[in-house]
Ligand binder design. Sequence first.
Ligand code: MN
Length: 497
Amino acid sequence: MSICVDSWLIFAVAMSYIASIGLEVHVQLKTRSKMFCASPVEFGAEPNTHTCPVCLGLPGALPVMNHEALRMTVLTGLMLGCEIAPTCKFDRKNYFYPDMPKNYQISQYDMPLCTNGSVPLHDLAYPKDAQKTIASPDKEVHLVRIHLEEDVAKSFHFEKSTGIDFNRAGTPLMEIVTQPELNSPEEAFAFLTSLKLILIYGAVSDADMEKGNLRCEANVSVRKVGETGFNNKVELKNLNSVRFMQKAIEFEIERQIKAHESGEGVSQETRLWDEKKNETRLMRSKEDAHDYRYFPEPDLQPLAVTDEFIEAAKREMPELPDSMRERFIEDYQLGFADASQLVSERALAEYFETTSRHSLNPRLSANWVLGELMRELNASGKSASESLATAEDLAELIKTIEAGTINNNQAKEVFAEMFATGKPVAQVIAEKGFEQVSDAGEIEKIVDQVFADNEAQVTAFRGGNEKLFGFFVGQVMKASHGKANPKVVNELLRSKL
Ligand code: MN
């Protein structure tokens, strides 16, 4: 009983607080070379093999702007509805750390490339268990800015020493900052999922958190309902997956409510998520922007972003998930849920369109992609682009089903084999002995034999017992070991009975 009262009290206290969460997302751009030099960008290369005097921060080396990184950032700004600054500049953000031998990072301070814009949160972007209880459906999260900067080197902590890999130093990094408009861990989850999808559609980043393509920090504060102004916020780091981010924010909201309730209060600090202990712990008291002593980068000219440059980026705007979903509903007469599911992954949407184009049967294509293909993908942890059974193969299989060559259950078995081996449809059907007998002459022989063996039933049927039709179908299928084409069997029986 007392447990009940306690948990009710905690719930009631939690309900009287509002959480405000802002996210800072760092996105690695998919350029071929680094931000300010020609060293290649490659994930997983032998450490310290992709370096040069510029990205090693050697004295006297001068930065040269990567045009492609600028284009990708402007494209991202356009996809997210940002304003693109006509002029912007780069600044030095000073700090002393072993991963940055220059002791400053080239970033953008007061004149970022993109400002404002927003990310719409979709129902399907929320965690599965939260999709039925979305507090603010169709919420749009506004952005403060998107700026361009260079990444730092990557530290590897060994037992007694630390190794530094400079392959990552100087790679282009886009920082996306949101307004503190997210109000729950589930909304933060939905934001990251939605943003990732758009970045992947725009081909500006692989946005894979596990590979570090996308890194996220969360600023969390809570305040009592009715209170104006924000309380001290805490910055959360070390959020290495969308799930960890959700859990860290959950923990932090509860910790801050307790601290406010006890009168202890919350101080502005940076905390790390400890995934083993499932808690956040203090890392350092937070520095403010002025602690970094930003000043303009003297080695780079301020940049004019011309209308031509923006127009060129506009022409490369991909079809975004939202409009693609509308098109699927319109052009292929799919339902909202199916269309949403298909566009939830770019590779899946492309797989569906290719299947549909080749099979000329969008309905069946959607069923197979969302049914059998999804089942195999989930079981194998693969993406649609990695499926050994190509979209063209699936289209071929769908045509085979429509022609009545094999039945639906056989087709499922064939598809599983195609997915596992990449073998073409015809080969799998032949190997499994699923080839149906559609030759009317051959089936007629079987029908005649069945009639001869079941004279009484033939007489009864002709006397008006039409229910016996199914019996004859069954007998013919059995005699053909399931290989007779049911369509031909039906036609033959109808004409001969
Ligand atoms: Mn940054």
